[in-house]
Design a protein around this ligand. Structure first.
Ligand SMILES: *Cc1c(COP(=O)(O)O)cnc(C)c1O
Length: 809
């Protein structure tokens, strides 16, 4: 790619401002500079995008399509500049024009079209697909409202709508000519054709138009630009009620338009628990019907082959079960529109789909009432029913030992449709997202399916794009790494391992120290600006940032803080390495206990941060509105990465990988990808504590845990819980009785008390370890050195070779 100098860039920006805004650069606002620069970047991207598409059409390479209800892509200007090789010169140009790059980038509203890890994974995968020159594209929904914006008011979470499309989004292109029609409701009629085959016709359906908006996905310095296609719901036909002057029809029409637009109205703000609403089901079918129609159309146009050969040229990965209606939708199109027989359509379908499982939490396993699906999409229901009949028959006749298990395996059971079962039966690959997670799927959660289809199951440990999470978010660390081992690691992140050779070089460790210190100062400034609280950059930055969920155990973290505070109150001169505890987390709006934990963290903060007696040894910071851009600010400044989920509950985690890559040490349980981090860096370079997954699963199965015993025996625990119950710990009479009751009367389902003591002890090790600066830095560099393993480039290569069978272009 031809590199633009900063001089040339400045000219182009100045020129844009004249042409688009009719103003001089000196009079421009940050926003105007943002749009001008975006437009200049688009000039680079668009020809490559066009050429990439032409190339795919001409060559007919096999394409992978990643279907996901969520894409948490964050901001794009800086990452597009980076991937176009223009970031350095653009920053220079902005500075020379008298603006601040950081402020210009901050003008872009985060595209928050996802809840958390699952949506961010989809975004990292797109970046890696393009950067590795794989023909792979994302399909999602263009929600007009992304994940809610969080404000903290009097310690409580308040949700505001995130109208991210309020201002023009410079990266999308509306492709009206590619719109397709989605049909809901109506009646299905069956006819016998002359040749004896059946024909299905739909009558009186409600039609909705799906209009794609395409966002370019720019590969790193390689001229490849793939596509993220986001569907928007619009009325299918211009109703003529208006022109006929029929008022009631007009208002009915308005209502109708409104309900159609609702389909791509907002993202459901539920993280790892399933939200059973009809509108959500409509959204799911909207995504899959538009995407599958589009994929088949594109296949026919490009390949000029019969659709029976689709699996040679197309593979579709479904991100969790949310898009699993794509399976019956594919069957519908192949049979009803392409006139294939059931058997051939099933052959094509099951060779095309692959399914990624993201959780074993039972409350997150998606099921829908049979009636809802039957009413909303009658033809799809018929097909699911038939898939189920054939599947159950197969078990009955071919797997006698599983006959008793049919109710637990059937896709339709007790009037509910089980989406994970549909996804497994209809796919050729089922993967978990970390080694332990895949093992739990095979041995426990999906044991019988594993017996049925042992070859389908495989592991693909998650990853993160090191371009956004290291090169872009932590440019000084990236620069230092390049100084030490050369720039090859950027294209081959596993070469970060070369840092190992230098992990004892004292002079070098000092440089790593300086980078981290500067990042911490930058975050301290941000914290001061946001909260008015001063934090000491010499304290340990102890970070837990992720969605708020009981299984992630932010409660355990804040219990530790309360414990330290109690200790300091008893003995203010205690020898404690100063700590800054940093939290950021959104709770699902309907998740009461999660919101109580947010309130507790903020209440503790309001006491600890202003207590002179503890001499500033503790600070508690809750940063509001956790999103990708906030993560990019916090992660480069983290010393300790809190990954403390109840073992067996966190499928993988990716926040753990981001912080490791930025030199933080993990303090965590043996859960998800923490285990793989542990195995890479060795037990001496990570802080592991607590119950193992086997122990947790054993307790769940056989009992034997009593939270009250710990409460009775451990004074430290009793003190904290009593403080919560009696409102003692609270300046405004705020009580946390529900947290108290949940632990003592529901027997602490997530083993907070059980893991409390080992957690404290491990924190003491951290406290001691931090005092030996060089040793700490050595551990930190060892972590960075091994983090290349978690680049999503690695993950995507494994998907490409093991599952997708696609080649680099
Ligand atoms: C990485 C990321 C997540 C996932 O974090 P976990 O710690 O793995 O749960 C969630 N939200 C955002 C904004 C992220 O960047």
């Amino acid at each position: 790619m031809q590199q633009l100098t900063s001089e040339r860039l400045k000219e182009k920006i100045v020129n844009r401002l004249i042409i688009e805004n009719g103003i001089d650069v000196n009079d421009a606002t940050n926003k105007q500079i943002f749009y001008a620069l975006s437009s200049v970047v688009n000039e680079e991207i668009l020809p490559n995008w066009f050429n990439t598409n032409k190339h795919y059409e001409k060559t007919g390479y096999k394409q992978v399509y990643y279907l996901s209800m969520e894409f948490l892509i964050g901001r794009l200007l800086e990452s597009n500049l980076l991937n176009c090789g223009m970031l350095a010169s653009a920053k220079e140009a902005i500075n020379e024009l008298g603006f601040s790059p950081e402020e210009i980038f901050a003008e872009e509203h985060d595209a928050g079209l996802g809840n958390g890890g699952l949506g961010r994974l989809a975004a990292c995968f797109l970046d890696s697909l393009a950067s590795l020159r794989y023909p792979g594209h994302g399909y999602g929904i263009r929600y007009r409202y992304g994940l809610f914006e969080q404000r903290i008011i009097h310690g409580n979470q308040v949700e505001l709508p995130d109208y991210w499309l309020k201002e023009p989004y410079p990266w999308e292109i509306r492709k009206e000519e590619e719109a397709v029609v989605i049909q809901y409701h109506g009646k299905v009629h069956m006819f016998k054709r002359n040749d004896g085959t059946l024909e299905f016709k739909y009558e009186n359906t409600d039609k909705v138009m799906a209009v794609p908006y395409d966002v370019p996905v720019v590969g790193y310095n390689n001229e490849v630009v793939n596509t993220l296609r986001l569907w928007s719901a619009e009325p299918a036909f211009q109703d003529d009620a208006r022109s006929q002057g029929d008022q009631s029809a007009f208002y009915h029409d308005l209502d109708h338009h409104h309900s159609i637009e609702q389909i791509s109205g907002f993202l459901y703000p539920d993280d790892s628990s399933y939200e059973g609403k009809e509108l959500r089901l409509k959204q799911q079918y909207f995504l899959v019907s538009s995407s599958i129609q589009n994929i088949i159309k594109q296949f026919k146009k490009t390949n000029k082959m019969p659709v029976s050969r689709l699996p040679e040229k197309v593979v579709i990965q479904i991100n969790d079960t949310h898009p699993s209606l794509a399976i019956p939708e594919m069957m519908r199109i192949l049979m009803d529109e392409e006139r294939m027989s059931w058997d051939s359509a099933w052959e094509v379908t099951t060779r095309t789909f692959a399914y990624t499982n993201h959780t074993t939490l039972s409350e997150a396993l998606e099921t829908w009432p049979k009636d809802m699906i039957q009413n909303l999409m009658p033809r799809i229901y018929m097909i699911i029913d038939e898939i189920n009949e054939r599947f159950c028959k197969k078990i009955w006749f071919d797997y006698e030992e599983l006959r008793d298990k049919i109710p637990e395996l059937a896709i339709i059971a007790y009037d509910r449709i089980h989406m994970a079962r549909l996804a497994i039966v209809g796919s050729f690959s089922v993967n978990g997202v970390a080694r332990i997670h895949t093992e739990i799927l095979k041995k426990k959660e999906m044991k019988d399916f594993y017996t049925l289809y042992p070859k389908k199951f495989n592991n693909k440990t998650n990853g993160i794009t090191h371009r956004r999470w290291l090169l872009q978010a932590n440019p000084h660390l990236a620069g230092l790494i390049t100084d030490v081992i050369g720039p090859q690691w950027i294209n081959r992140p596993k070469q970060l391992i070369r840092l190992l050779k230098h992990s004892n070089d004292k002079a070098l460790l000092e440089k790593f120290d300086e980078v981290k210190r500067n990042n911490k100062i930058a975050l301290a400034n941000y914290i001061h600006h946001q909260t008015g609280i001063l934090v000491d950059e010499k304290s340990i930055f102890d970070v837990q940032i992720k969605r708020l969920h009981e299984y992630k155990r932010q409660l355990l973290n804040i219990f530790h803080v309360i414990y330290l505070y109690n200790e300091l109150k008893d003995n203010p001169n205690q020898d404690l390495t100063p700590r800054t505890f940093i939290f950021a987390a959104k709770a699902a709006p309907s998740y009461y206990l999660a919101k109580e934990v947010i309130k507790l963290i903020n209440t503790v903060a309001s006491i600890v941060n202003y207590d002179k007696e503890i001499q500033g040894k503790l600070k508690v910071i809750f940063l509001e509105n956790y999103n990708v851009s906030l993560a990019e600010k916090i992660i480069p400044a983290s010393d300790i990465s809190e990954q403390i989920s109840t073992a067996s509950k966190e499928a993988s985690g990716t926040g753990n990988m981001k912080m490791m890559m930025n030199g933080a040490l993990t303090l965590g349980t043996m859960d998800g990808a923490n285990i793989e981090i542990h195995d890479l860096v060795g037990p001496e370079n990570i802080f592991i504590f607590g119950l193992t997954a086997d122990e947790v699963l054993d307790y769940y199965q056989n009992g034997g845990y009593n939270a009250r015993d710990i409460y009775n025996k451990d004074d430290r625990v009793k003190r904290i819980l009593d403080q919560l119950n009696q409102g003692e710990f609270g300046i405004h009479d705020i009580e946390f009785k529900d947290i108290y009751y949940n632990i003592l009367f529901h027997n602490d389902s997530y083993f907070v008390l059980k893991d409390f003591e080992p957690y404290l002890e491990t924190h003491e090790l951290v406290d001691r370890a931090y005092r030996d600066r060089l040793h700490w830095l050595n551990m930190s560099v060892i972590n960075i050195a091994h983090s290349g393993k978690f680049s999503s480039d690695q993950t995507i290569k494994e998907y490409a070779t093991d599952i997708w069978k696609i080649n680099q272009v």
